[in-house]
Design a protein around this ligand. Structure first.
Ligand code: URA
Length: 233
C-alpha cells in the first residue's frame, strides 16, 4: 500500500482548511500513489493536496507550493515551467520578472490575467537554483496539471517554453523554435507553444524574426483565436 499523508492528525486538525467533499485518504506522498483523472471534483481539494504533496524531492527544498493564479473559469490557460525564487517565496506563479513581462505581453492584446487567464506551471515546487525540472519531477507532478486542465476546461492553452510542451505533450519531439506560434490539437484542445518570457528577457531585440517580434505575432494569433471562439459561441 503506497504511503499517504494523514492531514487530519490531532495536532493540526484545527488549522487545516477542510473542504466538505475532501477525502484525506487520497493525499499522496510518493509518485507511486496514482492520481487518476477525475480524482478532484474542484480545484479546492487539488490545491489542498498540492500544498501537502511529497511526491518528489522538490518538496524538501520548497518554501511554498505554487498552484495557480488568475481566473479558474478563464478561456485561456498559461502553463509555465516551474516556480522561480519569487514565486517560491510568494506561493504564486509568474510574479517575478518573467511574470511582469508575461502580463505586458497579454495586456498588449487586451488580455487581463484576473479575467481572461488562469496561470500555472508544469511543476509546482521550485527546482533548486532554478535548474530545469527533471523528467521524474515532471511525471510526479503531471496528474495535477492534467486535473487543472480538466477542471478549468480552457479553450486555449499557451505552453511557455520547451518544458511546458514536454510536460503536456510528451510525444512532441520538435524543438520550441520550430513549433512556437503553431496550433497543436491535444486531447481536443487548442494549444499554442510560445517562447518563454525569460528567454525574451535575455534577448530583448524587437527586430523582425527576433524572439520579441515572434511573440508579438504569436500573441496576436491567440487573441484572434479567442475572438473567433467567442464569435462562434
Ligand atoms: N517561470 C515559470 O515558468 N513559471 C513561473 O511561475 C515563473 C517563472
Amino acid at each position: 500500500m503506497p504511503e499517504q499523508i494523514d492531514l487530519f492528525s490531532a495536532s493540526d486538525i484545527e488549522a487545516t482548511p477542510t473542504p466538505t467533499d475532501f477525502d484525506p485518504d487520497k493525499i499522496p506522498t510518493s509518485a507511486s500513489v496514482p492520481i487518476p483523472p477525475g480524482t478532484y471534483d474542484s480545484l479546492t481539494p487539488l490545491a489542498v493536496h498540492c500544498k501537502s504533496c511529497q511526491r518528489c524531492e522538490l518538496a524538501q527544498t520548497r518554501t511554498n507550493v505554487v498552484v495557480s493564479r488568475g481566473n479558474p473559469n478563464a478561456p485561456i490557460m498559461v502553463i509555465g515551467e516551474g516556480p522561480g525564487q519569487q514565486e517560491d517565496e510568494q506561493g504564486l506563479p509568474f510574479v517575478g520578472r518573467s511574470g511582469q513581462l508575461l502580463e505586458k505581453i497579454l495586456g498588449a492584446v487586451r488580455l487581463d490575467t484576473e479575467k481572461d487567464v488562469y496561470i500555472c506551471n508544469i511543476v509546482k515546487c521550485r527546482p533548486p537554483g532554478n535548474r530545469n525540472p527533471l523528467a521524474s519531477e515532471i511525471n510526479a507532478c503531471r496528474p495535477y496539471i492534467l486535473e487543472q486542465i480538466r477542471l478549468v476546461d480552457p479553450k486555449i492553452i499557451l505552453l511557455t517554453g520547451a518544458t511546458a510542451v514536454k510536460g503536456i505533450i510528451p510525444s512532441e519531439k520538435r524543438g520550441i523554435t520550430k513549433i512556437r506560434g503553431t496550433w497543436i490539437e491535444w486531447e481536443g484542445r487548442q494549444c499554442m507553444p510560445i517562447l518563454h518570457p525569460a528567454y525574451l528577457l535575455r534577448n530583448p531585440s524587437r527586430d523582425p524574426g527576433k524572439p520579441k517580434w515572434l511573440m508579438w505575432q504569436d500573441i496576436q494569433a491567440v487573441r484572434a483565436k479567442l475572438d473567433e471562439i467567442r464569435a462562434k459561441a
